[in-house]
Design a protein around this ligand. Structure first.
Ligand SMILES: *[C@@H]1O[C@H](CO)[C@@H](O)[C@H](O)[C@H]1NC(C)=O
Length: 333
């Protein structure tokens, strides 16, 4: 039965609105829903697996091969509530985030998290070893407490000026239940403290410091940027994290070998990103070869700035010749 058909839809809606407000008023939790309240009855144990997807197929532009090759720093994870923030898009990076994003140092971050633990804003901290290439795993166990159900983490992109991937305040608790399994795709962020443009840019502090921003295929909008892929609407994920809940009470549980999940790198994740050839501007025309008045030619050339990859547009001609024109022929004295 549609209340509209009764011709008093407005009255019906008013009644429903009042009823809804009344029932919500009674059902709402006593404290604000800031993502901090988790009514799960006990802690939950998780395996956290970080997987790098930074391959030369997916990110062909300036892929770091040597000195240093592409790799990931150690992962730092913090469990906390809404009174702590490890990093946030659009906010200024703190000292800890800066030294981690620029240098991969965890000392400051750990110090800040320890301070926050005294205020009961942080539950625990976890670290994994670094990964010596772009496409492997690292993992750690997490113990989540209902008081601190949020997870934040960071991994530095190496080499890079101040780029990292991470998770900001993701709640593993939902509706009074711990989530069973979560997979999050990660994108690169710029900590805003170093102005380098490419993976191997030298250290060049940004003054004044900018806030943390997401790096996309279009931003920063400059052809020299390592992640600038004008053909892509979005960058493919450069890494993922997966949190899998462990049933601690079960004795039958099969221990995961080294926490590595057999299916966490599926081949289709390595999409091939086409990279178009880029060439420099033409040089100026050379001198005329041959007779200036008849049949003489002159040349100009250009060079490759970026080699194409994965079926990107091939490079155009690198050399061009044209007939000499009279007015730019050298006059015989
Ligand atoms: C940068 O972050 C700070 C807080 O950390 C904020 O007050 C400020 O408005 C932000 N600036 C911009 C341009 O977003």
């Amino acid at each position: 039965m549609s209340p509209e058909r009764l011709g008093c839809g407005w009255l019906w809606r008013l009644i429903m609105a009042v009823l809804l407000r009344v029932s919500l008023g009674h059902a709402a939790p006593p404290s604000p829903t800031d993502g901090t309240d988790c009514s799960a009855r006990g802690p939950a144990s998780y395996i956290l697996v970080f997987t790098g997807l930074w391959s030369p197929q997916t990110f062909p532009k300036q892929y770091p091969m040597f000195r240093p090759p592409a790799q990931w720093s150690k992962l730092i994870a913090v469990t906390h509530n809404s009174r702590f923030q490890l990093w946030r898009e659009g906010a200024a990076a703190g000292g800890g985030v800066q030294s981690f994003a620029e240098l991969g140092l965890t000392v400051e971050v750990v110090k800040e998290a320890k301070e926050a633990r005294k205020r009961r804003a942080v539950g625990a901290m976890y670290r994994t070893a670094g990964i010596p290439n772009g496409i492997s795993h690292s993992s750690t166990e997490l113990l989540m407490q209902p008081r601190t159900p949020l997870l934040s983490l960071m991994v530095k992109v190496i080499p890079s000026p101040d780029w990292f991937v991470g998770v900001d305040s993701f709640s593993l608790c939902e509706g009074g239940q711990w989530k069973q399994e979560v997979t999050l795709d990660l994108q690169p962020f710029d900590a805003g403290t170093d102005s380098g443009f490419t993976f191997s840019s030298p250290n060049y502090p940004t003054v004044p410091v900018e806030n943390v921003t997401r790096i996309t295929s279009q931003m920063p909008h400059h052809p020299a940027n390592s992640f600038f892929y004008p053909r892509l609407k979005e960058l493919p994920p450069i890494a993922t994290v997966k949190a899998i809940r462990q049933d601690r009470s079960s004795a039958r549980q099969v221990p995961m070998s080294n926490h590595i999940l057999p299916n966490s790198i599926s081949p289709q994740r390595f999409s091939e990103t086409p990279l178009d050839c880029e060439v420099a501007l033409w040089s100026s025309w050379g001198l005329c070869l041959g007779s200036c008045s008849r049949g003489g030619v002159r040349h100009r050339s250009r060079y490759i700035l970026l080699r194409p990859a994965n079926a990107g547009t091939p490079c155009p001609e690198l050399e061009e010749q044209a007939e000499c024109t009279h007015h730019n022929c050298l006059r015989r004295q």
